[in-house]
Design a protein around this ligand. Structure first.
Ligand code: FAD
Ligand code: NAI
Length: 463
């Protein structure tokens, strides 16, 4: 055995690297195994960070072209330098991944470079060397879900990874899947000039989100020029000399037809990644979707082996993975780490943004929970008007009897920041009235949240 650790974390994504840092803070000797050239996992390398860099750059470009004239700013000769935009994205990613490397050094965490395999309970093999660990944490994340008949080459038929690397704006981008990745990356390329068609299996976008938000979101994206084929299934895609030919089937009519695209983005979800980990040999149980089975405290069925993040059940979100990493490290140190799964916000970083926390109206109805809803449009918010971002609304849901906040759903400017107020309120068990009686600065977008809280009691002031 080459070296012994208290904790070996396999995978350095937001789940793994945060777990490693917290365990080190709590006095444990920690190693983290990562096979990628850089730390930070999917999120920092090919996920959250590069996508948000391109979303910001493409929004700046689209605003310069379309929005500034209205503000009395005349800009002429606007040009797209995609190579620079991509290089900037690379710089943003590099600064973040190096930041994690710095944090590892600061916290004396050993980076074991290479692919990690659980050789036996308490033993991790990395590049032919065995390391001993009291606790092993599986944080190997997820990968893009494949679709039979659609072969990814990351050039013309791409996953999100290829869609972040395109070196030319496609004439026509067809996106398979009207979920978070499809709409964020579809927005990037639409803003840069591509025609974008989203083919979605269901009869709505962003399943799992509030239905009313989804409907209005689709209208907004349609106004931005995106086209939607809902209730439609892709049955195959073939890349040829002149682009990609897709065969699609309209579910209701059973009618099949061909679609032509320059680039196809496959974004129909992600699945747990466990290849090469040696789970079967180590006796670690997985569920019917290939996710590592973990109990409420992240323990697998094998003593001393734990799992967190995308590789276990739950929303595939970086902050969910991070919070699980912290909670697990604290439990390993004998503390009472805990994640409140009822209050995990979700944000779609389009323009406007979509943000949600807690239950949707659909979920409350299905559970038979009586609730009151309060809604306020950004059109009636002074700050949103001044910004020229008046699309969307804030909606709060509260228990009909107790007024306790149960959920919030926002489509609008900076919704991803606004949702934090409600997440905090829910964490403290606040009522809608608590939010309504809190003094909010004027003029601010947060006033729309306050007005939605007032609307729960039927007493919004500005509508
Ligand atoms: P990951 O980040 O997937 O990290 C796992 C790491 O483990 C990888 O680096 C992998 O190389 C390594 N690994 C795997 N197996 C081994 C092995 N055997 N040995 C060594 N190393 C191994 N979430 C958000 O909350 N907000 C966003 O804005 C957002 N945007 C996204 C955009 C895109 C395009 C994508 C694809 C995802 C996005 N996500 C976002 C989701 C987010 O990236 C994931 O939820 C998050 O990265 C999960 O973290 P994790 O630590 O579980 O795993
Ligand atoms: P998703 O689950 O958000 O959306 C997939 C969509 O594809 C769904 O609408 C689904 O109905 C549809 N679909 C499934 N099979 C299909 C088929 N055969 N044909 C057409 N449509 C089909 O998954 P997505 O967008 O791939 O994202 C994966 C994960 O990454 C998500 O769970 C998300 O949480 C995470 N992510 C989070 C981001 C954020 O927080 N801002 C950004 C990007 C990704």
């Amino acid at each position: 055995m080459s070296e012994s650790f208290d904790v070996i974390v396999i995978g350095s994504g937001p789940g793994g690297y945060v777990c490693a840092i917290r365990a080190a803070q709590l006095g444990m000797k920690v190693a983290c195994v990562e096979k990628r050239e850089t730390l930070g996992g999917t999120c920092l390398n090919v996920g959250c960070i590069p996508s948000k860099a391109l979303l910001q750059s493409s929004e700046n470009y689209a605003e310069t072209l379309h929005a500034w004239k209205d503000h009395g700013i005349v800009v002429e000769g606007v040009k797209l330098d995609l190579a620079r935009m991509q290089a900037r994205k690379g710089e943003v990613v590099g600064a973040n991944t190096k930041g994690v490397e710095f944090l590892f050094k600061k916290n004396k965490i050993t980076w074991l470079k290479g692919e990690g395999r659980i050789a036996a309970p308490g033993v991790v093999n990395v590049a032919g060397t065995d390391y001993a660990a009291k606790h092993i944490v599986i944080a190997t994340g997820s990968e893009s879900m494949p679709l039979p008949g659609v072969t990814v080459d990351e050039k013309r038929i791409v996953t999100s990874t290829g869609a972040l690397e395109l070196d030319a704006v496609p004439g026509h981008l067809v996106v398979i899947g009207g979920g978070v990745i499809g709409l964020e990356l579809g927005s990037v390329w639409r803003r840069l000039g591509a025609q974008v068609t989203v083919v979605e299996f269901l009869d709505r976008l962003i399943p799992g989100n509030d239905g009313e938000v989804a409907t209005q979101f689709q209208r907004v994206l349609t106004r931005q020029g995106m086209k939607f084929r809902l209730g439609t299934k892709v049955t195959g895609a073939t890349a040829g000399e002149d682009g990609v030919t897709l065969t699609v089937e309209t579910l209701k009519s059973g009618k099949t037809e061909e679609l032509k695209a320059d680039v196809v983005l496959l974004a129909i979800g992600r699945r747990a990644f466990t290849a090469g980990l040696g789970l079967a040999e180590a006796g670690v149980a997985t569920d019917e979707r290939g996710r590592v089975k973990a109990d409420g405290h992240f323990a697998t069925n094998v003593p001393g082996i734990y799992a967190i993040g995308d590789v276990i059940a739950g929303p595939m979100l970086a902050h969910k993975a991070e919070d699980e990493g912290v909670a697990l490290a604290e439990r390993l140190a004998g503390q009472a780490g805990h994640v409140n799964y009822d209050v995990i916000p979700g944000v779609i970083y389009t323009a406007p943004e979509v943000a949600s926390v807690g239950k949707t109206e659909e979920e409350l109805k299905a559970a038979g929970i009586e609730y009151k809803a309060g809604k306020f449009p950004f059109m009636a918010n002074g700050r949103a008007r001044a910004m020229g971002s008046v699309e969307g609304f804030a909606k709060l849901l509260a228990d009909k009897t107790t007024d306790k906040l149960l959920g919030a759903h926002i489509l609008g400017p900076d919704a991803g920041t606004l949702i934090a107020e409600i997440a905090l309120a829910m964490e403290f068990g606040a009522s809608a009235e608590d939010v309504a009686r809190t003094c909010h600065a004027h003029p601010s977008l947060n006033e729309a949240v306050k007005e939605a809280a007032l609307a729960v009691a039927g007493r919004a002031l500005h509508i």
